[in-house]
Design a protein around this ligand. Structure first.
Ligand SMILES: [Zn+2]
Length: 141
């Protein structure tokens, strides 16, 4: 099976975002819109996520409805991103340039301050304590 071809920025950003942390499809859509400055439709995101899943590059967790599923990279997916990184080089470096910190729960941008908490061994940034609480409830058993 030939590897997935990354032929546009939407796909490139999608895998980049997934390489940072697990994401919901709509979060990817919003972020890609922000990064490209263009409107992104579900039709540009979900079929690609489905393709990534078919290749075992991503796994999903959460409920079956597509908006309730979080996508995350598998070890194979990480290798795929590494291959892309070799191929795209500079473009990759530019795409992942430093950016504002985002709340790990609601994805809003944290301009200053915010709230940090260690959850599941990772120090995460949140916009407020309530988001940290929400995140903790969703991500710990
Ligand atoms: Zn928040």
């Amino acid at each position: 099976m030939a590897d997935i071809e990354i032929k546009n920025m939407v796909k490139l950003f999608t895998v980049l975002l997934l390489s940072e942390k697990e994401q919901y499809g709509y979060e990817i859509m919003k972020e890609v819109e922000k990064k490209t400055g263009k409107k992104v439709s579900p039709g540009q995101i979900y079929p690609f996520l489905k393709q990534l899943k078919k290749y075992d590059y991503v796994e999903t967790k959460g409920r079956a409805e597509r908006d309730k599923q979080a996508y995350y990279l598998t070890p194979e997916g990480r290798k795929f991103v590494a291959r892309l990184s070799d191929k795209f080089g500079d473009m990759f470096a530019i795409a992942i340039k430093p950016k504002l910190t985002m709340c790990a729960h609601c994805s809003c941008e944290i301009y200053k301050g915010g709230y940090k908490e260690r959850i599941n061994g990772r120090l995460l940034s949140f916009c407020c304590e309530n988001c940290a609480k929400g995140y903790r409830m969703l991500n710990t058993q």
